[in-house]
Design a protein around this ligand. Structure first.
Ligand code: MSP
Length: 506
């Protein structure tokens, strides 16, 4: 496959509190896509980072009695540290308090103003300080409350600089009309379209009373409204992530931007309009995922029902968390998570299906063939079961279907276990006349295990590295995922990949 650029982003996370599973979720999904595209030899850039300005952070800092920069520094480090713990392979970690980001935002907004899309006006309406969102009539719950946070909305009246969002009504309609995959899944595309059909109203570009933010370059009394500052990160990061290298030409527009459903409006409507106003191309696709729920409620810092990803990782490792989240909650839908469901997936699927397949295959090669994979003929039925699998996985990931792609691979993990039961190698081993058959079964199983592991690498990077190392098959590229493309020799025994009682002391 020809090398093509692939730029994937996560939302940047608010530093008003520590990371939780909801944040880990998007980063893991983006990482699976990034790793898969690297396997295909694409030129990949994967960005994540922190959103540090504005009211949500200023309010949290004030509540703690610390300076916003101090709070931002402390929590940004926690988000940065989360990435390697998740095995996320991000190429850069942006902080919106980076001086280069600040300068780039100011320059772009000057351009938006020069293009005639900025004017001075008075904002009057309802505002949620937790969302940092000026609510439209459809977005207000009963009793003037925020439908996301359940708190009473503030009535704001202030003299601001405005962005002429309404000027982009037609261009956005054309965008949605001509690119039906601009927002995925379809339900979110429809939601964005119906917001658009409600008619666009101009939005504040700046805030007067909030000091914690980027000064408006032509009016330093005001700070840039945090959402414009935050959205621009996806573009500004490319201007300074690699000093001296222009990543903008290489990677903009982004291939895929992953966002949660609560921030759809900002990404599907505000963001393309801002880019158009600055004469910049809009991203290729947005994928909108649902919420992880605990006890039926969205996990969030403000609701306090947080499951700590650091704890899960410490006990079970990042692979188990990555697998669980993307397997149990179909990417795009809401889904409940719980320790019991996690443990069930860990034990039934990772330990008993995949881990056990690896363990018994390696053990049989050692028991019956002195640890060397025999040059047996590959089973035709199994070759058929694996035929087209890499292509199918690539096709699904091209549509951000990370749960379905995993399911396609997992069906073959199960098929392999069934194959072991059907062929009963232990019976073949007892019959000298069946030596060729045993060679064939063992060669088939090893090849299946190898190709499955190559395909699983984006979800289970640490386990895949370990197992491919033991199989002496370091090539983890997409071409190596074709059944029959490998040639294995001596293989090593390994410790159980998913032990029954991992790190019990912690
Ligand atoms: N800072 C803004 C995003 C700016 S992007 C230019 C923000 N930050 S956030 O920290 O509140 O949320 C970041 C992401 O985490 C959002 O996509 C949000 O949907 C996601 N999640 C927060 N809680 C979540 C769950 N319980 N489940 C899944 N994702 C959730 O919004």
């Amino acid at each position: 496959m020809a090398e093509s650029p692939f730029y994937v982003t996560t939302p940047i996370y608010y530093v008003n509190a520590a990371p939780h599973l909801g944040h880990a979720y998007t980063s893991i999904a983006a990482d699976v896509m990034a790793r898969h595209h690297r396997q295909r030899g694409d030129d990949v850039f994967f960005l994540t980072g922190t959103d540090e300005h504005g009211e949500p952070v200023a309010l949290a800092a004030a509540a703690e009695g610390v300076d916003p920069q101090q709070l931002a520094d402390r929590n940004a480090e926690r988000f940065r540290a989360l990435m390697p713990q998740l095995e996320a392979s991000n190429d850069f970690f942006i902080r919106t308090s980076d001086a280069q980001h600040v300068a780039a935002v100011q320059e772009i907004l000057e351009r938006v103003k020069a293009n005639g899309y900025v004017y001075e006006g008075t904002y009057e309406g309802l505002y949620c300080p937790r969302c940092a969102d000026f609510k439209t009539a459809q977005e207000i719950a009963e009793g003037n409350t925020c439908p996301i946070h359940g708190i009473e909305l503030d009535r704001e009246k202030e003299q601001n600089w405005f962005f002429k969002l309404s000027a982009f009504q037609e261009r956005l309609e054309e965008l949605f009309e001509s690119r039906p995959d601009f927002v995925q899944p379809k339900t979110r595309y429809n939601e964005a379209r119906s917001f658009l059909e409600g008619g666009l109203r101009d939005v504040s570009l700046s805030r007067r009373g909030i000091d914690w933010g980027i000064p408006v370059p032509w009016d330093p009394e005001q700070t840039v409204y945090v959402w414009w500052d935050a959205l621009l990160n996806y573009y500004t990061a490319l201007t300074y992530a690699e000093p001296g290298v222009d990543l903008v030409d290489r990677f903009w527009p982004a291939s895929y931007q992953l966002v949660g459903k609560d921030i759809l409006k900002f990404h599907a409507i505000y963001w393309p309009a801002l880019l158009m106003a600055a004469d910049l191309p809009v991203p290729q696709r947005l994928f909108v995922h649902g919420f992880l729920l605990m006890d039926g409620e969205k996990m969030s810092k403000s609701l306090g029902n947080v499951l700590d990803p650091f704890e899960v990782i410490e006990r079970y490792g990042a692979d188990a968390l990555r697998f669980y989240l993307l397997r149990d909650v179909p990417f795009g839908a809401d889904g409940s998570v719980s320790p019991a469901a996690f443990e069930a997936r860990y034990e039934n699927e990772l330990a008993n299906e995949y881990g056990n397949l690896a363990a018994r295959t390696i053990a049989m090669v050692h028991r019956y063939r002195d640890g060397v994979v025999p040059a047996g003929e590959l089973d035709g039925e199994m070759a058929e079961a694996f035929d087209g699998l890499p292509e199918r996985v690539a096709e699904l990931i091209d549509g951000a279907e990370v749960t379905q792609a995993l399911e396609a691979i997992w069906e073959r993990v199960r098929r392999c276990n069934q194959y072991v039961e059907e062929r009963a190698p232990w019976k073949l081993a007892a019959d000298e006349a069946a030596a060729d058959q045993l060679d064939s079964v063992l060669a088939t199983l090893c090849e299946a295990l190898r190709t499955l592991t190559v395909l699983l690498e984006p979800w289970l990077p640490a386990s895949a590295a370990k197992l491919l190392g033991a199989l002496g098959a370091e090539d983890c590229g997409y071409e190596a995922a074709a059944f029959g493309s490998g040639s294995l020799g001596a293989i090593e025994k390994i410790e159980p990949m998913f032990p029954k009682d991992p790190n019990p002391a912690s």
